[in-house]
Design a protein around this ligand. Structure first.
Ligand SMILES: NC(=O)c1ccc[n+]([C@@H]2O[C@H](COP(=O)([O-])OP(=O)(O)OC[C@H]3O[C@@H](n4cnc5c(N)ncnc54)[C@H](OP(=O)(O)O)[C@@H]3O)[C@@H](O)[C@H]2O)c1
Length: 254
């Protein structure tokens, strides 16, 4: 039976587009009020809020660069104030820049090394740190971190990106232990999803789909299903669901 999230509040960072928007819509369809965070794309954020409100929910867009802790604190306080609390946090905001081939070590600049670490690792941590007191006030909550198959394979848009997602994988387990029993912390590790993230071309997406065991790339909705499941399953913490059509676990289809 699908979870009933009436009276619950979810915050999805980077929730105005792609995978984050898919998750925000899934929470709203189940009855939650939803805040979507963005750092630049105000147009997408306004559109997302309209779509969420169209489902009959309260929805707000909150601008904050997740790597800046004062902005994160202000964002989470505002969500709790305007929507009445915070129950679910999805750390979905992510940043990368393609630096390929990985062998080109000199191309991996400090801007990329520091940028991925700041957004993908510190940003997620700042959001959890600010969210915990609000969740505790409601008797508990759930966090879902969006990592990547790059965390397991070391492949992906850049070596630094893969490393940052591996750090977030490990931090998911550390946080799950540290925040138990009241707050559950899990991760979803997507494979290639055609959102435009990472700058993958249509040809690269097609080639990956061809060798994917399920015969196609997962969608943002497929990924949102896994996020929703982990956010609403009371017996699951410290876990990861890989949403990649079986490619990492089974290897490429011949
Ligand atoms: N698509 C894939 O193949 C894939 C695979 C594995 C993992 N992922 C992960 O999935 C997550 C979502 O990506 P997506 O594919 O849905 O791409 P996307 O549509 O580009 O989403 C990324 C979101 O992050 C937001 N963002 C970036 N920097 C931010 C910052 N400093 N503060 C707040 N928000 C920020 C962006 O909003 P603004 O433009 O407003 O900054 C954007 O809405 C990312 O964490 C990514 O690493 C994606």
């Amino acid at each position: 039976m699908p979870a009933d999230l009436k009276g619950k509040v979810a915050l999805v960072t980077g929730g105005a587009t792609g995978i984050g928007l898919g998750a925000a819509l899934a929470f709203a369809r189940a009855g939650a009020d939803v805040a979507v965070n963005y750092s630049k794309n105000e147009t997408a954020a306004a559109k997302a809020v309209k779509e969420l409100q169209g489902l009959g929910r309260r929805a707000i867009a909150v601008k904050a660069h997740v790597a800046r802790e004062p902005e994160v604190k202000a964002m989470i306080d505002r969500v709790a104030r305007e929507l009445g609390g915070l129950d679910i946090l999805v750390n979905n905001a992510g940043w990368t820049r393609a630096v390929q081939p990985h062998r080109n070590l000199d191309a991996l600049t400090d801007e990329v090394l520091d940028g991925v670490w700041a957004v993908n690792v510190k940003g997620a941590f700042y959001c959890v740190r600010a969210a915990v007191p609000h969740m505790e006030r409601r008797g508990g909550g759930a966090v879902v971190n969006i990592t990547s198959v790059a965390a397991f394979t070391g492949q992906g848009s850049s070596m630094a990106y893969a490393g940052s997602k591996a750090a977030l994988q490990t931090m998911t387990k550390s946080l799950a232990r540290a925040l138990a029993p009241s707050i559950r912390v899990n991760a979803v590790a997507p494979g290639l999803i055609a959102t435009g993230f990472g700058g993958w071309t249509e040809a690269q997406c097609e080639a990956t789909a061809k060798v994917t065991p399920t015969g196609k790339l997962p969608t943002t909705e497929d990924t949102a299903d896994a996020i929703f499941y982990l956010a609403t399953s009371p017996a699951i913490t410290g876990q990861t669901i890989v949403v990649d059509g079986g490619l990492v676990e089974l290897g490429p289809r011949a």
